[in-house]
Design a binder for this molecule. Structure first.
Ligand code: NDP
Ligand SMILES: O=C(O)C1=N[C@H](C(=O)O)C[C@H](O)C1
Length: 258
């Protein structure tokens, strides 16, 4: 296990990256290398050995891998006393509970999991929460590159849950919908009563529209990640913050004090 407690106040934070050769991992590696207060000490991708991270003395590991891989990576990090910042999707409530359980035995250790590290996407979700109680209906459309493994996106699923919760707290029933005949999937996925539609096309990066409909008006909140550097500032904020956030934090909004 790594002893992270010996770093001096002005020493750089020692960072490792899981998924370092992936689309986002590549940008995270570049971002860490460019930050004066961070030091990239190890990178791990398929075929590499996770133990490199512990041997290099990583204090924080960033994970952008695959929903099938991320829990094993987190188990490794927690077992080795390494804080984690996770962008990989696929976190159901059950998976989050598992991670929280693992952390209970490791006081002082922090894990930050965020469905989206782009600052605008975090703000869009917050604006959606504010808007939700004022409209009869809401639907989410997410648009991504065609190499994406999961649908709907983690961000869209999270956005839908945020809207559903805000509507329920305001005592609103699900939005009215007269559809009685439909081709399977035509109305999208139902996430806690909020319909989510997924588009996959080459040329897209990561985009989300949150649509609210009310009497004679529409509100559309849209966010576009135009390239994957958009995720890097949020990831680096997370790396700096997680050292002082023991336990499980879900969502970058907590780090931003939104
Ligand atoms: N929260 C956020 O802000 C964002 C989240 N994401 C999410 O991040 C994840 C990765 O996205 P993206 O970078 O586009 O995907 P990529 O497929 O481009 O990158 C993932 C990388 O991780 C590697 N990998 C897979 N399994 C392991 C493992 N066990 N250990 C180490 N490396 C592994 C892959 O190798 P190989 O290709 O050989 O399988 C690949 O190089 C997805 O879940 C995506 O939805 C993406 C963007 C932003
Ligand atoms: O796979 C992606 O690309 C992205 N994944 C995350 C998600 O599923 O929400 C974040 C962002 O949308 C990009």
């Amino acid at each position: 296990m790594t002893d992270n407690s010996r770093r001096g106040e002005h020493d750089p934070i020692r960072v490792g990256v899981f998924g370092a050769r992936g689309r986002v991992g590549t940008q995270v590696v570049a971002g860490v290398e460019a930050a004066a207060d961070l030091e990239l000490v190890a990178t791990v991708d398929v075929g590499d050995n996770a133990s490199d991270l512990a041997e290099a003395g990583a204090e924080v590991v960033v994970d952008f891998t695959h929903p099938d891989a991320v829990l094993d990576n987190l188990r490794f990090a927690i077992d080795n006393g390494i804080h984690a910042v996770v962008g990989t999707t696929g976190f159901t409530q059950q998976r989050l509970d598992t991670v929280a359980d693992w952390l209970r035995d490791r006081p002082g250790l922090g894990v930050l999991i965020a469905p989206n590290f782009a600052l605008g996407a975090v703000l869009a979700m917050r604006f959606a929460r504010q808007a939700a109680r004022f409209y009869d209906s809401a639907e989410v459309v997410e648009l991504h590159h065609n190499r994406k493994a999961d649908a709907p996106s983690g961000t869209a699923a999270h956005t839908a849950r945020v809207i559903a919760k805000a509507r329920a707290e305001a005592g609103l029933a699900p939005g009215s919908d007269a559809t009685t005949a439909e081709l399977a999937g035509a109305r999208g996925a139902d996430v806690e009563g909020v319909h989510v539609h997924s588009v996959r096309l080459p040329g897209l990066v990561a985009h989300e529209e949150i649509l609210f409909g009310g009497q004679g008006e529409l509100l559309t909140i849209r966010h576009d990640s135009l390239d994957r550097t958009s995720f890097v500032p949020g990831v680096l904020l997370g790396v700096r913050a997680v050292l002082n956030r023991p336990g499980l934090t879900v969502g970058l909004e907590h780090v931003l004090d939104l």
